[in-house]
Design a binder for this molecule. Structure first.
Ligand code: SAM
Ligand code: DTB
Ligand code: SF4
Length: 331
């Protein structure tokens, strides 16, 4: 097996074979974590954690059929549908997030893709978030090149668009769009000059090979995503994945470690699912190379640890909020 690059940024690999990635997953747990932590220390500040706060600016009634998602109109999850929030309300929430210590504000909308009128409101929200001195991020579904440019021109730093799983498992999870649609949007985001936030979900019944393929696709993109969210499925009653058995926590940590090894300069985010994780498991995920979290009581529609608890956790671990805006375009 080839040794992952450990030196200069321009020496990052984009040619991983799936067998190489599977071999990483198959390493003894301690060997894998040691290797990930070594790379982590070469490329990242070992005790800093980047904090993003999420806000669902348009909730529910999404026409897509993503099997994990409580916001799809096709599943009865008891979620109240909400219209697009007013700009002033979003500004207030962003300010509160900033005051609580978040450096990035991420706005999510349950759309297949934004419409013209939506774009006008979103660009206004992005300007407000930038004016607060925060990094901005949005996740609004598929984008055309023109829409990506419009968001960039409004000052959007990051666009989140996950590949979610392997190309092979994708059709078991989503039928209303295909894997290539996701890649096309990611390309449009890159071309517009924004930073890419792209990762996926584990614990949806996929195999280790699917996890390896998902990370292989991310690492072999022409440029690694600046931010790689690794979500653990939040199994929401009413969705097709409601009864999915949880992933073995060690396998979740392995996924983080392999992401760190494949994309040593990216921020790897310990994303959805933290509410179910012990402090000890989260510490292990940080050791494996996670250095970013969602910070705030809510993700989009489901819960997240409360901020006091997260602050305490970082303090107990001697970790701190990352300052500065690594990867940001307008820092
Ligand atoms: N509608 C847009 C889209 O799909 O790109 C943006 C919002 S969508 C909710 C953003 C991401 O949240 C999804 O791609 C998925 O990775 C993650 N997500 C949604 N529901 C989840 C769940 N129940 N558990 C874990 N991750 C979830
Ligand atoms: C990402 O990878 N995870 C976040 C964010 N990007 C948009 C969303 C998680 C959503 C979990 C389910 C919910 O709260 O609705
Ligand atoms: Fe809609 Fe996004 Fe949920 Fe899929 S993940 S149903 S596109 S909100």
């Amino acid at each position: 097996m080839a040794t992952p690059s450990t030196t200069p940024a321009n020496d990052l690999r984009h040619d991983w074979s799936v067998e190489e990635v599977e071999a990483l997953f198959a390493l003894p747990f301690q060997d894998l974590l040691f290797r990930a932590q070594q790379l982590h220390r070469q490329h990242q500040q070992p005790n800093a954690v980047q904090m993003s706060t999420l806000l669902s600016v348009k909730t529910g009634a999404c026409p897509e059929d993503c099997a994990y998602c409580p916001q799809s109109i096709r599943y009865d999850t008891g979620l109240d549908r909400e219209a697009l929030l007013a700009v002033a309300d979003v500004t207030e929430r962003a300010k509160a997030a900033r005051d609580a210590g978040a450096t990035r504000f991420c706005m999510g909308a349950a759309w297949r893709s934004p419409k013209k009128r939506d774009m006008e409101v979103m660009t206004a929200m992005i300007r407000e978030v930038r004016a607060l001195g925060m990094e901005s991020c949005a996740t609004l579904g598929m984008l055309t090149r023109e829409q990506a440019q419009e968001l960039r021109d409004a000052g959007l730093d990051y666009y989140n668009h996950n590949i979610d799983t392997s190309p092979e498992y994708y059709e078991k999870i989503i039928t209303t769009r295909d894997f290539q649609d996701r890649l096309d949007t990611l390309e449009a985001v890159r071309e517009a000059g924004m930073s890419v936030c792209c990762g996926g979900i584990v614990g949806m019944g996929e195999t280790v090979r699917d996890r390896a393929r998902m990370l292989q696709v991310l690492a072999n993109l022409p440029q690694h995503p600046e931010s790689v969210p690794i979500n653990q499925l939040v199994a929401v009653p009413g969705t097709p994945l409601a009864d999915q058995a949880p992933i073995d926590p060690f396998d979740f940590v392995r996924t983080i470690a392999v992401a760190r090894i494949l994309m040593p300069r990216s921020a790897v985010r310990l994303s959805a699912g933290r509410e179910r994780m012990s402090d000890e498991l989260q510490a292990l995920a940080f050791f494996a190379g996670a250095n970013s979290i969602f910070y705030g009581e809510k993700l989009l529609t489901t819960g997240n640890p409360d901020v006091e608890h997260d602050r305490m956790l970082l303090t107990r671990l001697g970790m701190h909020a990352a300052t500065g805006a690594a990867g940001a375009l307008h820092a």
